[in-house]
Design a protein around this ligand. Structure first.
Ligand code: ZN
Ligand code: FE
Length: 255
């Protein structure tokens, strides 16, 4: 693996992520939540961003687009489906597109639900995915611009990535997600164990991210629509997977 990844906190609970390729010297920034924190990370790492990969149009993901573009003369790549809302966008990408980054391919996966055009980025040779506000550790994004079946489909695509895939997300929401997850899947030993670890990490002020697809499949209720214990707990033994997902999302909205 020739790429290096640096994750840092932005705003109250957003993450910024820099990906650096040694050979080419290229650096990608996954979303641009806040200029000051990003400049600090650039100074600390010495990695000058050459491209911003934008996942969706929310202000906490694009606020620093224009100022960083001016400072670093970088390129901004973002979702075609909401390109009109991405400040400074240079290149529009859609499902299946491949972005060349050093020696790596970055694949675009359309993951609508949180917003209508949200995309995720997947680096198959490094085994890393950036899912922003679609998939969180023990959670998923709120459905602002699409109905539950749309998000269900997006999560299904991410759930199909290799279990060992390392996943970076847009926010540090894991502690409150864990509290909710335990109300849906209270007897899951792996979830109970993970909830304890999360409490410890947050108590020490440490990030709970990145996670992995395997860990999420084992403990994230928003990917566990097929789990018999959860279905029984919800009284939804004969519902479709998408219906189980919609019910869990509804309960989280009211949690
Ligand atoms: Zn968002
Ligand atoms: Fe966000």
């Amino acid at each position: 693996m020739t790429i290096h990844i640096d994750q840092f906190t932005c705003r109250a609970d957003n993450f910024g992520v820099l990906i650096h390729d040694d050979q080419s010297g290229e650096t990608a920034l996954i979303d641009a939540p806040e200029e000051s924190s990003i400049l600090e990370a650039v100074a600390r790492t010495g990695w000058k961003p050459t491209v911003i990969l934008t996942t969706h149009h929310h202000i906490d993901h694009v606020e620093a687009n224009l100022s960083l573009k001016q400072k670093f003369n970088l390129k901004i790549i973002g979702p075609k489906a909401e390109a009109d809302k991405i400040p400074g966008i240079d290149e529009q990408v859609k499902e299946g597109d491949v972005i060349k980054f050093g020696g790596e391919d970055i694949r675009v996966i359309e993951t609508p639900g949180h917003t209508a055009g949200h995309i995720s980025f997947y680096l198959p040779s490094s085994g890393v995915a950036f899912t922003a506000d679609t998939l969180f550790a023990l959670g998923c994004g709120r459905l602002f611009e699409a109905p539950p079946p749309v998000m269900y489909n997006s999560l299904k695509k991410l759930a199909a990535l290799p279990r060992e895939t390392v996943v970076y997300c847009g926010h540090e929401y894991t502690l409150s997600n864990a509290k909710f997850a335990l109300t849906i899947d209270p007897e899951n030993p792996k979830l109970k164990e993970r909830a304890k670890e999360i409490e410890k990490l947050r108590g020490e002020g440490k990030a709970t991210l990145p996670t992995t697809i395997g860990e999420e499949l084992d403990t994230n209720p928003f990917l566990r629509w097929a789990d018999p214990a959860i279905r029984k707990h919800l009284g939804m033994e004969s519902a479709t997977d998408a219906e189980v997902f919609a019910e869990i999302r509804k309960r989280k909205d009211n949690f």
